[in-house]
Write a protein that binds this ligand. Sequence first.
Ligand code: BMA
Length: 844
Amino acid sequence: MLFRFLTLVNLLLVMNPLIAQEKIFLHQNWQFKNSTEKIWKKATVPGLLHSDLLDHKIILDPFYGQNENELQQFGKDNWDYKTVFEADEALLSNRKIRLGFEGLDTYAKVYLNDHLILEADNMHRRWEVDCKAFLKLGKNQLLVKFQSPFNYLEEKYGNNFRVLPASNDPSPKKESAYVRKAPFQFGWDWAPRIVTAGIWRPVYLEVHNNTYLKGQYFSTQKIEKDKATVTARFELGFIDNKNSDLQIEIYDAASDQLLASRKINSEADLNFTFEIQNPKLWWSNGLGEAHLYDVEIRLLRNNHLLDKKNQKFGIRTIELVQEKDRIGTSYFFRLNGKDFFIKGANYIPQDILLNRVTEDQKRKLVQDAQNANMNMLRVWGGGIYESDSFYDLCDEHGILVWQDFMFACGSYPADDDFIHNVVSEVEDVAKRIGNHPCLALFCGNNEVEVAWFNWDWQGQYDMSEEDSAKIWNDQVKLFNDTIPETLFKVLPGVNYVHTSPLSNWGKLENFNHSSMHYWGVWHGADDFSGFEKYIGRFNSEYGFQSFPEMSTIKKFAPDEQLSLDSEVMKHHQKSYVGNERIREFAVQYFAEPKNFEDFVYLSQLTQAYGIQTAVLAHRIKKGHCMGSIYWQLNDCWPCPSWSSIDYYDNKKALYYWVKKAYEPILPVLKKEDDYFKLYLLNDDFNENALEVSLTVKDFSGKLQWVKEYSLITKENANEVLANFSKERFSNDLFAEIEISIKGEKQSSYIYTFAEPKELALQDPGLSYRVEKIKDSLQMTITAKSFAKSVFVSSNEVGLQYSDNFFDLAPGSSKTIIIKNANDDRRFEIKSLFDCLEVLFCLAD
Ligand code: BMA
């Protein structure tokens, strides 16, 4: 079959000399074995060792119970992967044949027909090598021998190994600092330790018969009223020395209109500018359309087409503005000349077994971010540089990306080998993803600098002054010199900061400067009032943990472990702070949980309450503060964590509450000293003529008073609509704020006037109606009296609710759409007054 496929491809190549290159994926016939054993077993490529072990039932589900403990040896062993593929004459007749790996995890020796043709030592980069000389007619064997990072380091350093700080790596030697492999796989405060190996991204042969297009980069130089100046840069791959008489032409792919053409006679000609008339700009979510240009690039010699490629790009300028101002030091983004507020989340890899993440899962998550009114994701530095498709999705959905380089919470060596490795990694990553309009910022690392100055590593790791100076100089060399110098060579002028945060939360003055990870809540002793007191200029991390819902917990814990302090629940909690902190806060803000299920529900409300408090405080202080990126969007396994969407794609209360808090135009009623202030938070750049009504009722529905306002909003400016003395509100009242345009209701919001625990809630008398409409369920829930935080859940994971964890005014109904529900799913509806309100099963 494979043979036939290759033959066909090569026939095409022979018959059509215009096709200069072709990729042939080598994903068939793979086998693997422990390198000390003899028997080969079937393997999946692309894939990872632990997935293969799972497929063969050699290991149990690493997420269940405490199974993680049982599989540590597999990451310490060495593993071999091999395949056999056929090469025919047509293939071998190609002038140039390259073997490429889009990802090898991590220390790998690659043998083609027993010739060592590649030695890899970095999971984060692509590898390509000429292999024509080693291919033969007929069967060819490709063998990849993976050495575990531990064995590799042992062999390299022996007794001279020097432990470097790596706060989340539980191993005493903290090897992860030396290995260019996703840091979180060595364990993190939300991740198990699964040290994988394998051919984790595609592997292919690529053939070339002519000079070819190897890379193409477009960046916006200038945007004027009716034209944009775009810089195009190209990289060519060569077969021979005939590099003259070339021509590059750029066409609009849809209209086939020629946009630019250039004669190429030297390296310098590969970099040129051209203009696009009446450009359509790329905007982030909320500011406008994320328009993408699709161009076809043709490479010609004497009018003969040598190669062609399609490439998308956006016309946009983005600056990170870091200037001294009257407060301190600013940190905000300017997109196409507009200064705007960033609303987003920190993104981590979607599965610790990275090969399991599907394209659908990626699309879904980026769409979820867009639907939650986010305009930025931070691809955090302890994971991976994402796949190309992830950045494509961000381009399409107007989600800006803050891209960390993959260094987090540790110190790193800076010897020649390591620096050389990092240079190759940075070059490769910048070339691979640098073209995307979504890319707003590259950041050297996560928390390497704050950790150095605040976490007492010098004491913990017993460093002499000399050691300490050396280690610190190494960090400066890496993040202030090597990485930016390399990055700017590939992407001149791109935004770069050497670390996040630039300012630490320890001192009040620091909140006037730059980026901030505020961890006084959770890692410090602050309660949620800290979120209102301590507001950085740009909050790139802050968060609070919760438990995933019961359907997810039951996937990893047997019934007898369903308690907060059971062994399994403790095992899945990877933060040193522990599960008890979640309970303390739930009791402080909501209620003493009646049982474990009740605790799980309250944990989510507590988290949502805290983070919503933070987001609103950040937005109210727009100007001082220009960004809010909470920790963390998603999970890589099922566990209690800071996430807003759990591993099985159940959205937590946090997701729905943040989605509201991130709305572009949002009325907020907030207690400040002796007053309740009615704010209109406004991130919209248009002028809107709005009517705002505020209706106050008691929990049984009796009307107290009403106020109405009309206004025309100002571009991107918050306003205070009213101040009310606090006596006008009590713990048995709620307000419904409606926004209308020309009498037509656009949105409505409910606010209560005391902390949830203080509310004088009464039995809401919930009832429901369910209808099946096509493949979705439509559930209408009605409340007799005020219902707080109504939560619909099922006994299965992954259901998609159009809304959840919402309040209902007395006598009102809300209809939600539930997707992915089978007829035999059981549902529960609960509210804060009473858990387990209604139990039903559609099949009953
Ligand atoms: C942040 C992150 C992670 C960590 C999180 C929660 O600082 O950078 O290192 O998982 O805190 O502790």
